[in-house]
Design a protein around this ligand. Structure first.
Ligand code: SAM
Length: 346
């Protein structure tokens, strides 16, 4: 019975997360392994940057990342410490007609004995404990990247590591001097992954890509450090209001984004931007709005409420003004340098 439930749950998760596995004969692992897996969509995005002869995934898990990330390689190795999980992946890959070497080992032991060179090493470390409120440090992960980074870079020119969106980027750069690239990957404006690329040489420049998959928004790339020299101009709301996507917000480039798109900011702590001329390739939402008086808001009117740097949350605003949720129109409650303001979409 338990086994059947596991397979049904697996199929349900696969429908959303990895539909390529909805095939006869595919076996799904327990829930935790499904949760720890990447989605097909983010795996495909990561695969686009990788190419070579030899690929190794040192933390294979259910092998979703490995399946896609290895598609531009001829020689593929998967390492996983959990023997049951690796056996499932081996079975599934036979059905998918995908060849690899499957090694059941602790990656530390594998690295200790390894003499081979790899074009790309991939890792997706697991969290040692599930306490979500704790400060997120690399030491909390298995494996601990800080301990093995030198070893990894001695057998490969490129090490790619997937990390949680909760990780602090400045902390990462301070502890990993070989970072050459950081990708902040969101799917429909939900930041799913921070992916770092380590290279052999210490890097002077770290390129950062902010992506929002399936949003139709352009990718935004910049050099880490550019934000420190960027300045914002401030203004009261002009014709268009810009809300950066969550990938850009995660990057913390609140002045740079204004400078690059020639936008003005509403307030130092309000991450909303404005212009009279539309900047259509802005990575985020663009709305045409006008400032309205709170007295013009009528009870029972229907709006989507956005609250940014405003003392009340959307729920509290709805209650206070007796508004209904939804519809096509928006009200933005926020602050400019002059004080609290309400903007209405036009
Ligand atoms: C987050 S999951 C990987 C998910 C995978 N990227 C996917 O898309 O399906 C991490 C996996 O690493 C394995 N792992 C963690 N520490 C390990 C170690 N020291 N040696 C080998 N495997 C390890 C865990 O057993 C777990 O299955």
């Amino acid at each position: 019975m338990q086994e059947i439930v596991q397979q049904i749950k697996g199929k349900q998760v696969a429908q959303k997360k990895f539909p390529f596995l909805l095939k006869d004969g595919i076996i799904f692992p327990p829930q935790l392994n499904l949760e720890q897996s990447s989605s097909e969509k983010t795996a495909i995005y990561k695969s686009e940057a990788l190419k070579g002869e030899k690929f190794i995934d040192l933390t294979s898990g259910f092998g979703i990342d490995a399946y896609y990330l290895s598609r531009n390689f001829n020689d593929i190795t998967l390492i996983e410490q959990n023997p049951e999980l690796l056996a499932i992946v081996k079975h599934n890959w036979a059905i998918l007609d995908k060849k690899a070497k499957f090694v059941n080992a602790k990656l530390e032991d594998f690295l200790y004995n390894n003499q081979e060179y790899f074009d790309v090493i991939y890792l997706d470390p697991a969290r040692r404990d599930q306490n979500k409120n704790k400060v997120f440090l690399l030491e909390d992960l298995s494996p601990d990247i800080l301990e093995i980074q030198e070893k990894l870079l001695s057998i490969s020119d490129q090490v790619v590591i997937k990390l949680s969106p909760l990780i602090d980027l400045k902390y990462l750069i301070s502890v990993l001097p070989r970072i050459s690239r950081i990708d902040i990957v969101a799917l429909k404006n939900d930041v799913k992954e921070v992916v770092i690329f380590l290279s052999k040489e210490v890097q002077n420049e770290i390129i950062c890509h902010c992506v929002n998959l399936e949003s139709g928004e352009s990718e935004f790339s910049f050099n880490f450090g550019e934000e420190e020299n960027a300045n914002s101009e401030y203004s009261e709301p002009e014709r268009y209001i810009y809300i950066p996507n969550n990938s850009v917000l995660k990057a913390g480039i609140f002045n740079l984004i204004a400078e690059k798109f020639k936008l003005k900011k509403l307030h130092p702590n309000t991450h909303l931007y404005t212009s009279d001329e539309i900047k259509a390739d802005f990575p985020g939402r663009i709305m045409e709005t006008e400032v309205v008086d709170s007295k013009s808001i009528k009870k029972k009117e229907q709006f989507n409420i956005i609250s940014k740097n405003y003392p009340l949350k959307p729920e509290e605003i709805k209650k206070k003004y007796g508004l209904k949720d939804g519809g096509d129109d928006y009200l933005i409650f926020t602050q400019s340098k002059k004080g609290k303001i309400i903007l209405k979409s036009v």
